[in-house]
Design a protein around this ligand. Structure first.
Ligand SMILES: [Zn+2]
Length: 336
């Protein structure tokens, strides 16, 4: 798997790009304070014991995901979320232990249970409260890579240790094996495929329950949470569910996918210099015209090109180059 392979230094030998200078790493040795917040209590079983190979020369033009995806340990620097959710990195990450009293981390082989300590403590608090709304415990999906940054697969955000995916499947009443955590599939909450014209973009009432809604409400009411992303069908169900104070609904935003899991995004923690918050969500509960437009065919059904009779080809996004990230991310990569 790409994230377990040794780091590739694209054309480093030819270019001899001494990007350490370009990324302002000169002061690096002088500024490597040991992480103040707790070191991880448990590590994913699949992680290799050998020390990671650190890049000696960074090519600013190389895809940042190649570097960050190869990092196996956090940067031993003060904890800091750097940059923005989809363009940044993470120093001094903590790991969410793979098992807690009311959570289990899934897909351990991905080594993505790393986050800013503020995210880890939120998740521990949230997991502890979940049983009080009738949810046995959390199955936790991806947080961030050990040093954050763009990922080798999936997500465009999750880069600064402040995003977490939580399955819409409750934790079973036993500890899953590592193999089960790789193989068990999450269950979609949507009624039918959404990319079909005229589809009923609602949750499946055989799967979706008020407990699912209460769990998302519990997360949204936490002051530390900036946004929660869910499928528009789920947003619609939440709009119908709430009969009292609707203020929390403002934080719950409709987005593509997110029918198997919901995505919790924390605000920048105090002390994270260079962490960029997203603009506040629009005023209101978001249950009106914005949601209606998400539930129509428009966003989902591919438009046919009259000339070719086919949908237009999907434009592949170019991967983010290392140079697109904040300069400090060069230090985060090379810190040892
Ligand atoms: Zn997500």
């Amino acid at each position: 798997m790409p994230y377990h392979s040794d780091i590739h230094l694209p054309a480093a030998a030819r270019h001899l790009v001494y990007a350490l200078a370009a990324f302002g790493v000169s002061g690096l040795l002088a500024c490597a304070p040991v992480q103040a917040s707790g070191t991880p209590a448990a590590k994913p079983a699949a992680r290799e014991a050998s020390a990671p190979r650190m890049p000696r020369h960074l090519d600013p033009a190389a895809p940042a995901k190649d570097y960050f995806g190869a990092m196996k340990e956090p940067a031993p620097l003060a904890s800091r979320a750097i940059g923005s959710y989809a363009k940044g990195c993470l120093a001094g990450a903590s790991a969410l232990p793979v098992n807690g009293p009311s959570w289990q981390v899934m897909r351990l082989s991905r080594n993505r249970n790393w986050g800013h300590p503020a995210l880890i403590s939120f998740l521990e608090d949230f997991a502890a409260k979940a049983p009080k709304v009738g949810w046995r415990g959390l199955l936790v999906g991806d947080l961030s890579q050990p040093r954050g940054g763009p990922m080798t697969s999936g997500h465009s955000s999750h880069q600064i240790g402040l995003d977490a995916d939580i399955w819409l499947t409750p934790m079973p009443d036993r500890v899953l094996t590592a193999e089960e955590r790789e193989k068990i599939s999450a269950i979609s909450m949507v009624k039918q495929p959404q990319d079909v014209a005229g589809a009923d973009r609602s949750v499946d009432p055989r799967r979706w329950t008020d407990t699912h809604a209460a769990l998302i409400r519990l997360a949204a009411k936490d002051q530390r949470v900036a946004r929660i992303f869910v499928n528009p069908a789920i947003k619609k169900a939440l709009c119908q569910f709430e009969t009292g104070d609707r203020a929390w609904l403002r934080k719950v935003r409709p987005w593509w996918g997110h029918d198997y899991h919901f995505h919790v995004r924390m605000s920048c923690p105090a002390g994270s210099v260079g962490c960029t918050d997203q603009d506040e969500p629009p005023q209101g509960d978001g249950c009106g015209t914005e949601l209606t437009s998400w539930l129509a065919d428009g966003p989902w059904v591919p438009k046919i090109d009259p000339e070719t009779g086919k949908p237009p080809p999907v434009q592949k996004k170019r991967p983010l180059a290392l140079a697109a990230l904040p300069k400090t991310c060069g230090e985060v990569l090379t810190a040892r």
